[in-house]
Ligand binder design. Structure first.
Ligand code: PDD
Length: 290
């Protein structure tokens, strides 16, 4: 199947998709991105993703490269061309192309938009059965992690450490001993009392769209959600732990730094939330026009 990428207004064969060497995303990581799940050919939680994109762009004074409506059409066209039923669409918007200079270019270049798609991998049955391992790493990121910037070096280094440790994810820990979030996921625990705890939103974490959906789904299912910082010690004492993201959905975490969490198996609340989240992916939004 031919795989196209979208590059600044054109659909081009993926292998030939290129950006300019002086794209500011390439030179300065002066760019933002989104990853949106495609399920049954439909974009999951499209509006909240576009709201977050708007937050990222406006926080950095990068203009939308086109209207929101036009972007929605372009995303649908790429998904259609690539025949994506289940997978993701990646979109990245940089401040544009300009001679290298740290300050924003006076020429006000057109923001550069690229998009690619990927088909979903088959779910890893063993991982779901056993749960995933996580390690802790110091959170060495900047103070605006609420912006979904492509500047991801600390995240990359953390994830690589996880991979080298045979773990799935690294949970980043602030100097005060609290867990902020994973390198590409949000972090949650279930306390002895059966309450869900996930860090409150501020500049220290990304406002995960899956986090948002799970928070709502949990409340609908009469599970109490508390948004507050939690410590590494609390994770070790938790009944269950799990992570959320567009690509991993809800994934139980059954060990941290080699120590079992709870009984070391995916717990009932994490499993139930995963099921409920999969149902949510299956159900189109009530105001769905496309
Ligand atoms: N990562 N925290 C960070 C640092 C992230 O990069 C992500 C998403 C999340 C979860 O957000 P969401 O539920 O909206 O996917 C939390 C994407 C999937 C990525 O970088 O590939």
């Amino acid at each position: 199947m031919p795989r196209d990428a979208y590059v600044n207004g054109r659909y081009v064969p993926h292998a030939q998709a290129q950006v300019h060497v002086e794209d500011r995303g390439y030179q300065f990581a002066d760019a933002v991105y989104e990853v949106i799940a495609v399920h049954g050919g439909r974009l999951v939680d499209e509006e909240p993703h576009l709201d977050r994109l708007d937050h990222s762009l406006s926080s950095l004074a990068i203009a939308w490269p086109m209207s929101r409506a036009a972007l929605k059409l372009a995303m649908r066209e790429l998904i259609r061309r690539n025949g994506v039923e289940r997978g993701i669409i990646y979109l990245q918007i940089s401040r544009g192309v300009a001679p290298r200079d740290h300050a924003f270019p006076k020429s006000k270049p057109r923001p550069a938009l690229v998009m690619t798609t990927r088909h979903a991998r088959r779910p890893n049955a063993a991982l779901l059965e056993k749960g995933a391992a996580a390690i802790t790493v110091p959170d060495i990121r900047w103070q605006r992690c609420d912006i979904k910037s492509v500047s991801l070096l600390p995240n990359i280094l953390g994830k690589q450490k996880a991979v080298e440790s045979g773990a799935y994810e690294a949970w980043q820990v602030a100097p005060d001993g609290t867990v902020t979030e994973g390198t590409s996921t949000n972090a949650w625990i279930v306390t002895e009392e059966g309450e869900l705890v996930t860090r409150h939103l501020d500049h220290a974490i990304l406002s995960g769209i899956t986090r948002q959906a799970v928070k709502r789904i949990a409340a609908e299912g009469q599970i109490k959600v508390v948004e507050r910082p939690f410590t590494v010690a609390e994770v070790h004492e938790a009944r269950e732990a799990f992570l959320t993201s567009t690509t991993s959905f809800v994934l139980p975490i059954t060990s941290l730094d080699g120590d079992k969490i709870g009984d070391g198996k995916p717990g009932p609340i994490s499993r139930r939330l995963r099921e409920w989240y999969l149902d949510h992916m299956d159900s189109p939004p009530s105001d769905a026009a496309a």
